[in-house]
Design a protein around this ligand. Sequence first.
Ligand code: ATP
Ligand code: MG
Length: 382
Amino acid sequence: MSVLTEQQLRLARASLAGGASFSQALAETAPEAVGTRAVLGAGRQVRSAVGGAGPLLQPLLDDPQITDILINGSRGIWVDRGEGLERVGGVHQLFSHEDDVRALAVRLAAACGQRLDDQSPIADGTFAGGMRLHAVLPPLAAEGPLISLRTQRQVIFDLDELTAVGTIPASLRHVVDALLERRANVIISGATGSGKTTLLAAILSSVTLQERILIIEESAELRPRHPHVVHLQVRRANVQGIGEVTMSDLVRAAMRMRPDRIVLGECRGAEVREVLSALNTGHEGGWATIHANSASDVPTRLVALGALAGMSESVVAAQAASALDAVVHVRRRGAHRFISEIATMERSSGELIARPAVVFSGTELRFGPSWPSLTQRLGLAG
Ligand SMILES: Nc1ncnc2c1ncn2[C@@H]1O[C@H](COP(=O)(O)OP(=O)(O)OP(=O)(O)O)[C@@H](O)[C@H]1O
Ligand SMILES: [Mg+2]
């Protein structure tokens, strides 16, 4: 962890007093402070110098068990230590007033280069070390400023590790390997926090070293262990409402950047049109994640996203069925996360459906109607 000298602290205070953002002040005075912990560690000093609440949060950030920290105005803090949400005791001493939470939210947003104020009341950013921040100010947030922090695991899992902990059932490991090696186009689906991004990072870490992986995200979060990864991130419109660069713009740009793998961190908007078109026009081996409670919900979700881009249901169905080779669904049960289903995307009477190839209950594996077609597509002995 970086420690600021007295002189750096004085300079940081002067920069802040001169109107610099928190991240600018840090970058100017302590450019060596890189990485989430380092930024927050150094930031803690600056924050405490200007009356911040950083030190109060530090024990939570330092706890390796904690994956999520949720601050609900001055009403309380909840954390996830892997077993679901639990309330942190004694929080009333942490933030006595909503204004403290708001000030913290603004500083955290600035530390990851985001603006957060009345004109721009939602911030979504990633710290240099990978920790993700989401913050919403009132009146959008009715209970006071809301801060959500998702910590980044220091160690990124690889496929062997995920197999060892049971996230990839041993009997399905060869299918996951084949999806990657056979350059299938795959969507990883799951509920919030079910481990979609973690599984995708592990899979991308196994991409052959010669390939160029191009990742498009709202804010850079996926960090596979691979030597040739480039990220494109969206940009919000400025106060005048100009300068926005959307996910759709980035997918179009990505196609001209000689990617071997186009990866969409999370598909949640109209960019589904460009993604399906890219995957249908020779960009094979693409991966994306999507929020859905089951594999069978993915078609409805895709149709809804397609509608945002003005696509009719039948166009989404036709494009998704031909572009996507499989949906891999992940599920969380307590602290355990595992692949619970692999399905194929097909059309039935014109409607898009996810047909189960294999379903895993957590203990038992059952093969579904599309197992033969999946194994055939992947060149696996049925
Ligand atoms: N297989 C796993 N074993 C243990 N912990 C995991 C596993 N997968 C994910 N986690 C932890 O759970 C948290 C959520 O994981 P992740 O970000 O991958 O979920 P997600 O489904 O992508 O979430 P979101 O819906 O927010 O995009 C992370 O902090 C991660 O470290
Ligand atoms: Mg995710």
